[in-house]
Design a protein around this ligand. Structure first.
Ligand SMILES: [Zn+2]
Ligand SMILES: [Zn+2]
Length: 504
């Protein structure tokens, strides 16, 4: 026994590990710590029951010593393990608040440690895992997050960054479940939406489009503490800059809902800066495309020769999930999806918030007007019956929505030359909204050929139609930078929401 164990309960567990109890806390020390140089560190400790515990699992003895020293000085209670197997045993025994885990270790690698900790949902559900590794490979980063890591740090470790990360992780845990402080702050704010890109097909910068904007589809929705981004057209670039400015270094948890993978809905993604910061979690949801999966389509646009950085090499924590169900939840927000008439697979979304529903139908050609033009149909009546039935389904989908954002790319004359192109004309979209008793209509997916003046004329025409029907529906054209705050209502909060399913 080393001489400094006087007054301290300690014993060797026969495995080279010493179990040390000092006042009301305890530590596990490896053989390497059993020298006199460790004594001053121990004597200077001021333990109390509020101290948080960190378990360092690393086969590098000197790194363990360095990390221990930083963490002890910062008021953490420290446990050490020299391989993955021992680390798992200590984790189960001591239920640490944070585990710092290397990846390449003897006996049991770090991926396995992460998975094992996550499999103990009852006893270790509050334990946060930070992978601390020499591997800067994107695949290892992705695999670590998939195995259950909360954060990923590449060595050499910066003590300030590490301590901030650990503090943030633990603070999040002390709030409610797994909800961060910022999420809780946001939860108390009313739902709102903001347009970042409103144009269809291709970006259209220039003096003629300054008022409504030239960026392609991107809408931000905030509701019940969630930040939901609808589509990643070029409007997502300024949204990314704005989020970085707002969060000032704090981590973000974002959900990107993709309607479909036509260029004008995904092309801004490589320029969305949060993608390049490992602190941020970006969850991408959408449906499988007609020819290939969502993930491969998103990845393909960032492959050489199209783009200098592969999506597999970006440092952000990105997950792509292909939706199977039509009802799912994003946190506390219920979402319902409906596949619509547009070339390929294209989804629309109804987002249920405490301020009413927001329906997003960026690209859709209504069935009835399209099929009415079908001269070759052998059975006109059957054709019309089918088309009306499909449009009725859409009316049901958007029924009584607080907000409807819908494709209104053409006016009636232009539509005649664009039947079958996958987009609607203003008149048809307004009629649909009126039938569904929508409260507020935003014309969306503006044609690249439409200057501001023409879009304003289309709004005036839409308002005329609404007035003719004696409806109180509000009509606007979606405009970049326009923000709408929805007042929470008891009725909306109690409205039937989709059940929680896989994407929850
Ligand atoms: Zn589009
Ligand atoms: Zn499209």
């Amino acid at each position: 026994m080393p001489p400094w164990t006087n007054g301290v309960l300690s014993f060797n567990n026969g495995n080279g590990i010493c179990y040390l109890k000092l006042r009301d806390t305890e530590m596990c020390l490896t053989k390497s710590d059993m020298d006199l140089s460790f004594l001053p560190k121990v004597q200077n400790l001021r333990f109390n029951r509020l101290m948080k515990t960190v378990l360092i699992i690393d086969d590098d003895r000197s790194l363990r010593a360095t990390l221990s020293s930083w963490l002890l000085e910062s008021g953490w209670r420290v446990l050490e393990a020299e391989d993955g197997e021992q680390g798992l045993a200590f984790a189960l025994q001591h239920r640490p608040d944070v585990v710092l885990c290397d990846l390449l270790m003897p006996r049991c690698n770090g991926f396995h440690v992460c998975r094992s900790i996550r499999s103990h949902r009852d006893s270790l559900s509050n334990t946060k895992i930070i992978v601390t590794t020499g591997s800067a490979y994107a695949t290892d980063r992705i695999n670590a997050f998939e195995a259950g890591a909360d954060e990923y740090m590449v060595k050499p470790i910066d003590p300030d960054i590490l301590l901030t990360l650990m503090d943030n992780l633990v603070k999040g845990k002390q709030m409610v479940g797994d909800i961060s402080e910022t999420t809780l702050e946001r939860r108390n704010q009313p739902p709102r939406l903001k347009f970042w890109g409103v144009r269809g097909s291709i970006p259209t910068p220039g003096p003629e489009t300054v008022f409504y904007g030239g960026n392609t589809a991107c809408v931000e929705v905030r509701a019940e503490g969630e930040i939901i981004i609808l589509d990643a057209g070029t409007g997502i670039r300024p949204l990314g800059l704005s989020l970085i400015e707002e969060f000032k270094g704090r981590s973000m948890d974002l959900t990107l809902l993709i309607s479909h993978t036509h260029w004008d809905h995904i092309q801004g993604f490589p320029f969305f800066l949060p993608v390049y910061n490992p602190k941020h979690k970006i969850r991408i949801l959408g449906y499988e495309g007609a020819r290939q999966g969502l993930e491969s389509t998103l990845f393909a646009q960032m492959e050489s020769p199209y783009f200098p950085i592969s999506l597999r090499d970006v440092s952000g924590h990105i997950t792509v999930e292909e939706l199977k169900d039509m009802d799912f939840n994003i946190g506390a927000v219920g979402v319902r999806a409906e596949l619509v008439n547009h070339p390929g697979i294209c989804s629309s979304y109804r987002i249920y918030t405490s301020g009413g529903s927001i329906c997003y139908l960026p690209d859709v050609e209504l069935f009835q007007p399209q099929r009415a033009q079908n001269e070759e149909s052998p059975d006109k009546l059957a054709e019309q019956k089918f088309a009306s039935g499909q449009d009725d389904k859409l009316v049901e989908f958007i029924k009584d929505a607080e907000v409807l954002i819908i494709d209104a790319q053409y006016d009636a004359t232009e539509y005649e030359a664009h039947v079958g192109w996958g987009h609607s004309c203003l008149e048809d979209s307004v009629r649909l909204a009126l039938r569904a008793n929508v409260k507020r209509l935003f014309l969306f997916h503006h044609d690249p050929a439409h200057a501001d003046e023409q879009i304003s004329r289309m709004v005036a025409r839409a308002r005329e139609m609404v007035e003719e029907q004696g409806s109180g529906m509000l009509v606007e054209a979606a405009r970049e930078g326009y923000e709408l705050v929805l007042e929470p209502t008891a009725a909306a909060a109690n409205s039937v929401k989709p059940r929680i399913s896989a994407a929850g």
